[in-house]
Ligand binder design. Sequence first.
Ligand SMILES: [Zn+2]
Ligand SMILES: [Zn+2]
Length: 377
Amino acid sequence: MRIRAAVLRHPGTPVEVEDVELDRPKTNEVLVRVAAAGVCHSDVRHADGDLGPGKWPAVMGHEGAGVVEAVGAEVTHVSPGDHVALCFVPACRTCRYCRAGNPNLCEVVAKHGATGMLMDGTSRLRLPDGTTLQHGLRTACFADYTVVAAGGAVRIPEALPLWQAALLGCGVVTGAGAVANVAKVRAGDAVAVLGCGGVGLQVVAAARRAGATPIIAVDRVPEKLELARTHGATHVVDATSPEGAVETIRSLTVDGVDFAFEVVGRPETIRLAWDAIRCGGTAVVVGLAPDGVEASVPAIEFLSEKSLVGTYYGSGDPAAELPALAELALTGTLDLAAVVSHVETLDGVEAALDRLRRGEGARTVLIVDPALAGHAG
Ligand SMILES: [Zn+2]
Ligand SMILES: [Zn+2]
């Protein structure tokens, strides 16, 4: 079928929406009519070539929601008409990582993800001239239709508007999981969040749900700090202030925070997270740094029992957590709408990427199909 999709032809050139051919879903695949998609900072990394070589040409987008249009053979967990959130790690459930309880690190997904192919190693996407296109982050949802691996389509309650559900599959799972699965934040823990974009705000919100206090949000952009307040930050710190963010964090706590979440992906902010934690504290790096970037910390401070840990996609079972997070959104415990700073049509993808490059705003949602998304756009 002929679809419209945002194609990354080469890093450094604008991402443009063009006509693309999409094949029918094969065995264990699902065709989804996309309602809406979120634009994440990882999309900027992808578009700018910072995920490493060979990630193009590709249809972009890894956070979205829609309605099942058709299913391939052996798909039983969803049917046409079901509302689904997209999950960019469709775990195989049989590899050693999946068996060990780390489906977010599934090695089959990693193997095909490296080439931009679906789980059988092939693509359903091509340009009209026959050029094969990659499925960006296995999801390719900056498009009006997409074919994903069965595990990439997770059924969610129909009551949740799809323009909000579109945010679940990356930012919410990643932020909530960093707090609940990695740090295991408990009531009364002191938390700092460095970077208050789409994912950082979800870290703030999850820290509030866990009962953390104080929750200190750090960013350079005043409007993002205000958003952090509405998500639960008890204190906000302007990262550009002359007093210095670390000194301010230390003045607000006994001797630094229990957990600092770095949600930027830069060596400077990773070091800031390290400096902000107390003895025995943990710095959790959530941000995605460009390929090849290194970070360093004073090694003698490992004697203080400080920890620096990584996380990927919430470090839990994303497909299992998505419906639970959707339920939280339905009860109002999780406010998905509040993170959305901008709304665009599919054609607004490059404008959304540029805003992220400039550090402006939190999440942009692309309304691909207004009627389906439940948002006029
Ligand atoms: Zn993302
Ligand atoms: Zn696996």
